[in-house]
Design a protein around this ligand. Sequence first.
Ligand code: DX5
Ligand code: ZN
Length: 220
Amino acid sequence: MQPRIAPSLLSADFARLAEAAAAVPSSDWLHVDVMDNHFVPNLTIGLPVVQALRASTDLPLDCHLMIDDPDRWAPPYAEEAGAHNVTVHAEAAADPVMIARDLRAAGALAGLAIKPGTPLEPYFELLRGYDTLLVMTVEPGFGGQEFIADVLPKVREARRRVESGHLTLAIEVDGGINTDTILAAAEAGADVFVAGSAVYHADDPDRAVGELRELARKAS
Ligand code: DX5
Ligand code: ZN
């Protein structure tokens, strides 16, 4: 298992997004948090900004949509913004099976996210149509929060299902990932690690990416 690190632009300078992307050339994915002030109490960026980002970096874009009605709004991130992976929240999706089909038809990976309090069991069947499972390790909405270790059993259960051949998924964790917490997340079975403040508040963001990957590699 090759751990992948996805710096979250949420902790970067929003007036300098292209520079923030260029500051982490060794990262695997670039995580873009789209928030609509409805699904979460925060508002960030939308499709036009993601399209502009696509034109200014070669890094694969990992779009995390914390928005209502992803059935309507998610496909354009694949179709019109060339996102590599588009993740919608299970709590917000009306027809998650159809969303995954639409995203894959547009050439993107399909991701399903669950909040810390959302159980995994109801989604096992439909996760067969997905490529990525994002287990939130903080309440979605803001960067810089403390890692919630209580959600790790969900990561472990997902990993177990992948190992037994029931699912083929990248297992992503998002929230509070830093040099103190990444080991526990990796040991539980995560293989994609989103890190906002741990990367962009570091003196050398690209070195922080390398350090996180090294720690995750040791665990796996
Ligand atoms: C929070 C976002 C995260 C956020 C993580 O809702 O989904 O991607 O940027 O930030 P850190 O790594 O600082 O917890
Ligand atoms: Zn995120």
